[in-house]
Ligand binder design. Sequence first.
Ligand code: CU
Length: 554
Amino acid sequence: MSALTTRKATMMNRMLPLLAAAAGSLLAAAAQAAAPGITGTGTAGTFNLTAQPAYISQPDGAAIYSWGYGCRTAPSTSNFVPASLSATVAGNLPVTPFCSTMQVPGPTLVVTEGQTVTVQLTNNLPTSAGNTSILFPGFTLTSACPAANQGLLTCEAAPSGGTVTYTFTASSPGTRAYYSGTQGDLQVEMGLYGAIIVLPSGAAPSCPTHNLAAGLNSAGNALMGGGERDYRLAPAAYHVTQSCYDREYLFQFSEMDPNIHTQALAQVTAKGACTAGAPGCSLNVPTEPYHPAYFMINGRSMPDDMDTNYAAQYPHQPYNGNPHMHPGDLTLLRIIGQGRWQHPFHEHGNHVRVLARDGNLIVAGTTGTAATQLAGPLLFTTTTTPGQAMDGIFYWTGKGLNWDAYAHHPGSSPDPLAHLGCTPDTNGYNTGNATAVNYYEWCQDHNKPMQAAPFGDVGGGGPVTLPDPNLFANGAWYGGSPYLGPDATVRFAGPTGTTPPSGTIANPPGSEAGFAFMWHSHNEREITTNNIFPGGMLMMMLVDSREFVIDEAN
Ligand SMILES: [Cu+2]
């Protein structure tokens, strides 16, 4: 939680029931996330994109006229995993890629380091919108540009179906933005932006055994309910072991001033089918003063961002924002600022260790061990900067809660999980058995009941601090218990003989019963939708017990 004002805490307290009410059944939907995208066709990694208009939707019911990149031809891959990954991993991903002819953000381009990438862009924007283009910051174009297509910043596609081709080598791994290099104040605002993810080539560094494919995902693991699918694009984000991860999510932040979109639509409509280049066949849409009313993550505002990837109700906003993880999972966050403003995004539950910015791994030095020592900051808010991308690692373990989140108690009879024990590693976590339900438990809190001394003092074992409603939201995903897991009620047996409630109406203990954390912009105005609270840049992160199988399939 932040060190912000009491006012904020009060605001959040008010917000929680609102949040649950606003989201309703949406919150109870199954978890879907990961970082879906498309791969190019052929060894050249060709992407055939178009830029064109469509309407995107907002939770206040508004349909906003926008421009976006999309697929001119359907992607040929049957899932969003590159063919370079093993068939075993790829076979775990039955996700059929959906790529509209227009989407916001544009399709996430997934390529491999060293690959030659060819992007063909066709301009299907209204003729009066003029040229358009794509910038690929961080990469050096090798493609030639006809003199007639040269724009201020890059090669531009003429209106009425003009096409340009960009070729570059995906020179280094990481997450980067792409966006229009033509009249950016208008075209990026209208939605012409997206992400490119470059996966490291060659052998992956030796990753810890708790990486899903190596350990927890193995068949026959009863605690995992038969295994959990692997939704990573790669085992590691970069070539160093510290970039190994278990899950990944891509979040693109942007804001939108609907007045600009309304004005663009009015002028496009008034110009009609004018002739490109003819006098008057152009737009003059003021982009200042700038008063954004929508604050979006992956093109959606809360609660829409918590619906599934590719949900049918958002044909032009396919990507969601809804991270789920188990305690101890190393979660790779790929974060891009795609708007005009900075957004102080706060990941509740822990800080984020930044690995890289714009695909540049931040290490202590260039030679020897320093070349693999992470030197990125540990961030409380991963503040997005327009145009900048960052990769970071987040994890949650429950350290610091001051009670046993797994409800072990030596006095329980029977205590079905007492045999699990907690053997601290050098960092104090229980990491000896990757299949244990309390894998990565913070051992100092092992067996520490919530109610050892309900009326005592802290030194005497109680009372403990109950879950802060600002942290453990009372949403439909919250198990209703301070203990993790669908069977938390069974596990718990405190000295007072009482059993804390477990399960909510929307979420019986037999289903998902995790700890819900709010991930949101720390600019309060940005967690509104058109000035209505809650909304905007807000999502829920779920920590699920390892008994619960997180399935990010669509
Ligand atoms: Cu916060």
